[in-house]
Design a binder for this molecule. Structure first.
Ligand code: 4AD
Ligand code: MG
Length: 433
């Protein structure tokens, strides 16, 4: 008899198999017991019929406890009524690990309670579906960048540079020196692009953001491609192709998970059609002003969640907002050739209220200009000598971007809050478990 995973049930219809499982829920009458089972690959139902298995096994099945682990043997059948499509008619149970009273019962629990039990909450169906989609998006990321000639260059986590400004830095000691946890690997990817042409990083990044919103994590994962001999316009094309590829990957490989989340694939299909609309920051300001919904909003402000939501809702698609005011963007962005108040950059705003999922730009190449900007940003020039070297030895036009993985997951899964898009979220008031 084969030992299989639940996910492979379709290949074993009418065959006898053995599966290692946990019990998530159960219901029974005097004659039949329905055991809800999971094994980490899918969820399905086991059926135990007293007249078939006998008194003793039936009693054992009825007394199984939530999250108890065991092997079941039985025959796979189709089950058109379930999301999964198959069930197992159980003929044997072999117990493995007992379970105490499990804190997460099938009834509703509050978010704080669930977050305190995140290590167990991960076992539930919805969390399973989100983590599988996360995994698919990571898989698709590697596939996309490898197919397109990028190589992965890992950026350090401990660093002395602060690309995104000094207000949200996590300080730490580095022996007798000061250091920070990385906010972004970008500056190192720029070095990588000058060495290897097209590179990307994928790693954890840290922002000591005091904001407690449904879009902010303290620790999040970012994918940061950087490309030599490239202008912003070509970078936007890569960005939209990458985002559409992520959505397509989820559509191709996660239909079961989308069903578990009640996420309509039709909605996602719209996001695979390219190109995405592009508007300038100036146009965005005008649209927001004309809507009359944003008070006396003026040119120069950064957008918050209501503005981003309005803009993307207008198009019902991801939308690039290009060329923001220089004053609200980081030091490294390329100045506009004919205007000194904006920089060559774009944020990609996701529809359905999810806000910015990508920030990117063409990079400034003039070392003199960069030195001034570094000073203006209140950064220590000596810490950026190596970065200025990149402009001293064969500098070329280059551009890159950063996609926040958890923002993108929250959008694609259609979830309310970013905290469920990462296995163990770090939030303003939470570092447990
Ligand atoms: O716009 P950001 O700050 O851009 C950068 O860090 C650039 N250095 C990227 C680059 O050009 N290589 O961040 C990029 C993305 C945002 O669009 C957002 O998706 C995500 O990172 N992000 C966060 N996600 C979760 N929690 C937070 N606190 C986030 N801050 C940014
Ligand atoms: Mg940004």
């Amino acid at each position: 008899m084969d030992t299989i995973n639940i996910i492979d049930a379709k290949n074993h219809v009418d065959q006898e198999v053995k599966i290692g499982v946990w019990l998530t829920n159960k219901r029974s009458s005097g004659k039949i017991a329905f055991l809800q089972l999971r094994d980490g690959t899918a969820y399905f139902q086991g059926v135990v019929v007293k007249s078939v298995v006998g008194e003793e096994l039936f009693k054992m099945a009825k007394e199984l406890r939530q999250e108890e682990s065991f092997y079941v043997t039985g025959t796979i059948h189709e089950d058109a009524r379930s999301h999964f499509g198959y069930e197992i008619e159980i003929s044997g149970i072999e117990k493995v690990g007992a379970s105490e009273d499990y804190p997460i019962t099938p009834k509703e629990h509050g978010v704080d309670f669930l977050m305190d039990h995140r290590h167990l909450w991960l076992r539930s169906k919805k969390q399973f579906a989100i983590m599988k989609i996360r995994n698919e998006m990571i898989r698709a990321t590697y596939e996309f960048f490898n197919r397109n000639g990028f190589i992965k260059i890992d950026a350090p986590i401990l660093t002395g540079s602060a690309p995104e400004g000094t207000t949200e830095l996590f300080h730490t000691k580095y022996f007798d020196r000061d250091a920070y946890l990385s906010q972004s690997g970008q500056l190192y990817e720029e070095a990588g692009a000058m060495a290897y042409g097209k590179v990307f990083s994928f790693g954890p990044t840290f922002r000591a953001e005091k904001s407690k919103t449904r879009r902010h994590l303290i620790e999040f994962w970012m994918i940061e491609p950087e490309m030599a001999f490239m202008h912003q316009e070509q970078s936007l094309e890569i960005q939209e192709r990458y985002v559409a590829f992520l959505v397509q990957g989820v559509l191709d490989n996660c239909q079961y998970e989308l069903k578990l989340l009640n996420r309509d694939p039709k909605v996602l299909e719209k996001y695979t059609k390219l190109p995405y609309p592009r508007i300038s920051y100036d146009e965005a300001i005008k649209m927001l002003q004309d809507s009359g919904k944003f008070g006396d909003l003026e040119w120069g402000v950064d957008f918050g969640s209501p503005e981003e939501t309005y803009l993307a809702e207008h198009f019902q698609l991801p939308v690039f907002v290009m060329n923001y005011p220089k004053a609200i963007k980081p030091f490294y962005m390329k100045p506009h050739p004919t205007r000194d108040d904006v920089v060559i950059c774009a944020d990609l705003l996701a529809p359905e209220g999810y806000g910015e999922i990508i920030g990117g730009s063409e990079r400034a190449v003039d070392p003199q200009y960069l030195t001034e900007q570094i000073k203006k940003a209140g950064l220590n020039e000596a810490d950026y000598e190596w970065y200025l070297d990149l402009r001293r030895y064969g500098s070329v036009p280059h551009a890159g971007f950063g996609l926040g993985l958890e923002r993108a997951i929250t959008w694609i899964t259609g979830e309310e809050h970013i905290r469920e898009s990462i296995p163990f979220p770090r939030l303003l008031n939470r570092i447990y478990p």
